[in-house]
Design a protein around this ligand. Structure first.
Ligand SMILES: NC(=O)c1ccc[n+]([C@@H]2O[C@H](COP(=O)([O-])OP(=O)(O)OC[C@H]3O[C@@H](n4cnc5c(N)ncnc54)[C@H](OP(=O)(O)O)[C@@H]3O)[C@@H](O)[C@H]2O)c1
Length: 324
């Protein structure tokens, strides 16, 4: 089968397409004919050897796909050949076929196409578990979302609004901020041009934001601790800026605030019920028309380097998806 094959740590623009044998199917597993696979920031880190998990060579990157089940292994009950599904595979998704553990495969509604399915689970799952389960966002609270037009950021805006919060969105361009308004942001701040800390204080009457969703890290995290409300929760989602920040404990003491970590994928090992409950809620909301996943660009498998570059150069909005 055709696949993106990593034989050594490479930059995204050095990725190559090759032929590899389709993976073997084992008990409890499902074989999927991949129709689409989304780019997550983790894929960009993993091919460079910069991610917390380092697969042995050779490997196929790609953690999230949409497609058709073509074969199931012994013991698989809830999925059958012919099902249209979204699946999390960790690696192996930038190819024509992948084999995944059946537990990571979910049937998708008829109303969801493969491109949407490929970019749905991680982005919405991360924001939903983060906001509802970790940060315990309440209706009526103020939610500040950074990188708000990005893959996870835009879902945080949309879900925050759906959960009854007033959403303040930050992003680096007018076009990105306009998109966040379409997804429910009441206030927008271009954090490349304005000091977001001052603006958040103005917007909230000096109170600060109750919950801050931060996939950017670096300076954005540092300044967030200075515009967080009393008993606020700063959700550590990621470090797209490239710098992992350090937290001054004195600010947490003075403001009675919490820094709350989020590693969504780890719930699969430690508490799968949280993931399953969240996914059921998200699929139901999608089916009811309450969620409108945004895919800004699609690329052919051969264009994987360009697709990754779109995230790295901050051009993408919502999700970027490869189609097979
Ligand atoms: N904790 C978890 O479980 C979990 C799950 C999924 C993703 N993540 C993490 O969340 C982060 C965002 O992932 P994503 O898939 O949403 O990526 P994405 O679509 O590329 O969004 C990242 C956003 O960060 C902003 N940004 C600021 N500085 C940047 C820089 N130097 N390079 C690139 N973007 C920059 C960009 O918005 P502006 O241009 O508007 O600033 C961009 O829209 C990543 O660190 C990822 O690893 C964590």
């Amino acid at each position: 089968m055709k696949a993106v094959i990593v034989n050594e740590w490479v930059k995204p623009d050095e990725l190559v397409i090759g032929e590899m044998a389709a993976p073997e199917l084992g008990a409890g597993q499902v074989r999927i004919r991949i129709r689409a696979a989304s780019i997550n920031f983790a894929d960009i880190l993993i091919v460079q050897g910069l991610y917390q998990e380092k697969p042995p060579f050779p490997f196929i990157p790609g953690g999230e796909v949409g497609g058709d089940v073509i074969e199931v292994g012994a013991g698989v009950r809830h999925i059958k050949a012919g099902d249209r599904v979204a699946a999390l595979c960790g690696t192996g998704g930038f190819a024509e076929e992948v084999v995944c553990d059946a537990m990571t495969v979910v049937p998708i509604p008829d109303s969801m196409d493969y491109v949407t399915a490929a970019g749905f689970v991680i982005a919405y799952g991360t924001s939903h578990v983060g906001l509802a389960h970790r940060a315990k966002l309440q209706a009526g609270e103020t939610l500040l979302v950074h990188g708000a037009a990005g893959g996870v950021g835009l879902t945080a805006v949309e879900l925050g609004k759906l959960m009854g919060a007033t959403v303040i969105a930050t992003a680096s361009s007018a076009e990105k901020l306009a998109l966040t308004r379409e997804y429910g942001a009441t206030h927008t701040i271009n954090y490349k041009e304005e000091d977001f800390r001052t603006r958040v204080k103005e917007i909230t009457g000096n109170k600060g934001a109750d919950v801050i969703y931060d996939p950017v890290g670096g300076d954005v995290f540092d300044q967030s601790l200075r515009c967080i409300a009393w008993e606020g929760r700063l959700l550590v989602v990621g470090f797209a800026s490239g710098r992992i920040p350090k937290a001054p404990a004195n600010l947490m003491l003075v403001k009675n605030c919490s820094i709350v970590g989020l590693y969504w994928g780890a719930y699969a090992r430690n508490n799968p019920q949280v993931l399953l409950g969240s996914l059921q809620q998200l699929m139901a909301w999608f089916d009811e028309g309450k969620l409108k996943p945004h895919v800004s660009q699609t690329y052919a498998l051969e264009e994987v380097g360009a697709a990754m570059d779109s995230l790295l150069t901050r051009k993408s909005m919502g999700k970027v998806v490869l189609t097979m």
